[in-house]
Design a protein around this ligand. Structure first.
Ligand code: URA
Length: 202
């Protein structure tokens, strides 16, 4: 029963949570993974960045955002005066890599998201970040429980709330790599998040 399972996750401490993720079999993604990807960073981070899920590189290394999109994310963090492991935590909606029948990355299904979300919710409860940044469609729509057809563009430019905290939505760095013309938009989203950080109750 998913409700009682999430209740159990909600009681775990950090290391129990890490163990639970490492041994998780709550959805089919456990069969294809090399590594689970728990997240990385400062456990007392004020900033939590949330991506979609591990890709090939992340599955191999067990760390989020280690490929080309990760380099871009690191640069975004530096521009904000942050860095991986120092005041920022990086996690994903799902902890295991989703692939299609040809072994290519795909977004997680609604069921996979539902199975995995209690882990992220527990990470948020333990880290207690001041601001959440949803990177891309899967993160934004999963957290805000919106229709899968909702365009990310309609969610930008305002401060949402999740788990009682401000949540800002921006484009995924992998999208931005293909669409560098949108980097000004991403920067304005990050600026909105930074202004929220100064005034988290608003
Ligand atoms: N894309 C994501 O959303 N997350 C990762 O960890 C890597 C790429």
């Amino acid at each position: 029963n998913p409700a009682s399972a999430s209740l159990q996750v909600a009681e775990l401490d950090w290391s129990q949570l890490q163990d639970a993720v490492a041994g998780c079999t709550r959805c089919g993604l456990c069969h294809g993974r090399r590594n689970t990807v728990f997240g990385v960073g400062d456990k007392q981070a004020k900033w939590l960045f949330i991506g979609e899920g591990p890709g090939r590189n992340e599955d191999m290394q067990g760390e989020p955002f280690v490929g080309p999109a990760g380099k871009l994310l690191d640069n975004m963090l530096v521009a904000m005066g942050l860095k991986r492991g120092d005041n920022a935590y990086i996690a994903n909606i799902v902890k295991c890599r989703p692939t299609d029948d040809n072994g290519r990355d795909r977004p997680p299904s609604a069921e996979e998201v539902a199975a995995c979300l209690p882990y992220l919710q527990r990470q948020i409860a333990l880290i207690q970040p001041t601001v959440l940044v949803a990177l891309g469609k899967t993160a934004a729509l999963s957290l805000l429980e919106l229709d899968p057809k909702t365009p990310v563009s309609t969610l930008r430019g305002k401060v949402h709330r999740y788990a009682g905290r401000p949540l800002v939505v921006t484009y995924h760095p992998a999208y931005l790599l293909r669409q560098l013309a949108d980097k000004g938009k991403v920067w304005s989203d990050l600026c909105l998040a930074m202004s929220t950080y100064a005034n988290p109750g608003e």
